[in-house]
Design a protein around this ligand. Structure first.
Ligand SMILES: Cc1cc2nc3c(=O)[nH]c(=O)nc-3n(C[C@H](O)[C@H](O)[C@H](O)COP(=O)(O)OP(=O)(O)OC[C@H]3O[C@@H](n4cnc5c(N)ncnc54)[C@H](O)[C@@H]3O)c2cc1C
Length: 449
């Protein structure tokens, strides 16, 4: 079995010397941080991107690679439509190395209620001119070569890319545009002056700046809480496998309630459970439980609750919540969060695949891995500036992408860059405001599709 390719065993690609000052520091070298830095750099800002481990070492290299407009939250959809256009631009600029393919996304219905959920998305698809359509049982059977589903929904213009290579490739192009990217560079905290951000304190020294963008994925809430901002972010473990090369059954991305698969450029499939994940109970789980009750009602049966996160996870019992910025922080202690996958779940996925495609048999696995998905109670992100009352003017937050940040990453990067630049955002971000968890608003979970 191959090891997951992005790890601390691989030497850093970006070892740039940390400058004493810049305009904006971006924390986190996932798709959100890289794409925010991309648009800020294009706007002429001097940007430093600090990554504690490796570019795309966490969620952004470990995801399924789906670039999906289908079944999006209504308020995310306009950003996602823009994101798709940006992906096309990235392909034009960077070429085939991204592994971008427009093969469509298909959702298959296991039961009639699934079809009703698909129907509920159709008005949103029409409002944005998407090519989404409902499929009959026969159409799904003909497209996917298996007649076990009651029907489905397809968006042919949806796409995929190869996460393990796409974000590192974009980061290298970003560095060539002048952004200083530094791997092995954890940001320990913020330097403040007169109630606003004046710089960051990193393990390699301090950098003075006018603005900081926090895009730390599953680590964001730990970092932010130490600065006095509490966000109800938790993480769930999602297990994934890449198969050996197999005959092509469908060239796009497909999922039902039990398993998901998408064609890879290497001729195999990335396969994963349709909705199952593992959840480690840590102190933040207790603190935030009341806010997660609406989501848990939908998600309870697909969640495997596990006693406690191993040391080195953001919400482990022993993870320090406060630290001395002159000493190593929890971010250095876990440079690349590399959780063990749930092999029982992956075995079930192999079985589900083999049941749908008996002529192909149980897929042989080439590589298995897991990622910690950073999630929010309403399954949509926080895209906002720190509130004026926080005394943290100049801090911007883009996190909690809740398991669907890869596809929308370029669009979020554009929005966040314009937020930092004080320009018009082009979309209504009310749903993504930080204050929704404290202003008495009802938690409104995104559709669980
Ligand atoms: C198994 C799995 C499947 C998924 N499938 C899909 C999919 O098909 N389509 C889709 O759209 N999305 C998918 N997602 C979700 C998607 O991968 C994430 O939403 C997205 O990658 C989040 O990007 P990010 O930049 O916010 O976080 P990350 O990619 O996690 O990056 C955050 C980075 O910040 C760094 N960092 C944190 N704290 C610090 C610090 N203090 N100093 C320096 N660096 C720091 C971390 O090391 C990390 O590299 C999936 C996720 C997983 C795990």
């Amino acid at each position: 079995m191959q090891a997951f390719p992005i790890s601390m065993d691989v030497p850093p690609t970006h070892k740039g010397a940390l400058p004493a000052a810049c305009d904006v520091v971006v924390i986190g070298g996932g798709v959100i941080g890289v794409m925010t830095a991309w648009f800020l750099t294009k706007a002429g800002k001097r940007v430093v991107l600090c990554e504690k481990g490796r570019i795309a070492g966490e969620q952004s290299g470990r995801n399924w690679g789906w670039i999906r407009q289908q079944a999006r939250d209504a308020d995310e959809l306009p950003i996602m439509v823009e994101s798709m256009a940006i992906w096309h631009g990235l392909v034009a600029e960077l070429g085939d190395g991204l592994g971008f393919r427009q093969g469509g996304v298909v959702y298959m219905a296991n039961k009639p209620a699934d079809m009703a959920e698909f129907e509920a998305f159709m008005p949103h698809a029409r409002a944005h001119g998407l090519d989404t359509r409902i499929m009959t049982r026969a159409e799904v059977g003909a497209l996917l070569g298996a007649c076990i589903w009651q029907g489905g929904m397809i968006t042919p213009s949806d796409a995929r890319a190869e996460p393990m290579v796409a974000v590192p490739l974009i980061a290298s192009a970003l560095a060539a545009k002048g952004c200083v990217i530094v791997e092995d560079c954890a940001v320990r905290g913020l330097d403040m002056a007169n109630g606003r951000v004046a710089g960051v304190v990193t393990e390699q020294g301090e950098v003075a700046c006018d603005a900081v963008v926090m895009a730390g994925g599953a680590w964001s809430s730990l970092f932010l809480r130490a600065q006095g901002i509490d966000i109800p972010q938790l993480s769930v473990l999602a297990s994934v496998a890449a198969t050996e090369p197999m005959p092509e059954i469908f060239a796009g991305n497909a999922a039902d309630n039990h398993f998901a698969f998408r064609r890879r450029v290497d001729g195999g499939y990335t396969i994963a459970p349709g909705s199952e994940h593992d959840f480690f109970i840590g102190p933040d789980a207790f603190r935030h439980l009341p806010k997660y009750i609406p989501t848990l009602r939908n998600d309870f049966r697909s969640t495997h609750f596990r006693a406690a996160a191993p040391n080195g996870y953001p919400d482990a019992w022993r993870t320090p919540r406060l630290w001395d910025m002159s000493k190593p922080s929890p971010f250095e202690a876990t440079r690349v969060l590399n959780p063990a996958p749930n092999m029982k779940t992956l075995s079930d996925v192999q079985d589900a695949f083999a049941a749908a495609y008996p002529h192909l048999g149980r897929p042989k696995l080439r590589c298995v891995w897991a990622g910690m998905i950073d999630t929010m109670p309403d399954i949509v992100p926080v895209l906002d500036a720190a509130p004026p009352t926080s005394g943290l003017s100049g801090l911007f937050i883009a996190t909690g992408m809740s398991g669907h940040g890869f596809g929308i990453g370029p669009g979020v990067g554009r929005v966040m860059a314009d937020m930092v630049l004080g320009r018009a955002l082009g979309h209504d971000l009310t749903r993504f405001r930080l204050s929704r968890f404290t202003d008495g608003s009802k938690i409104k979970p995104a559709p669980a599709l």
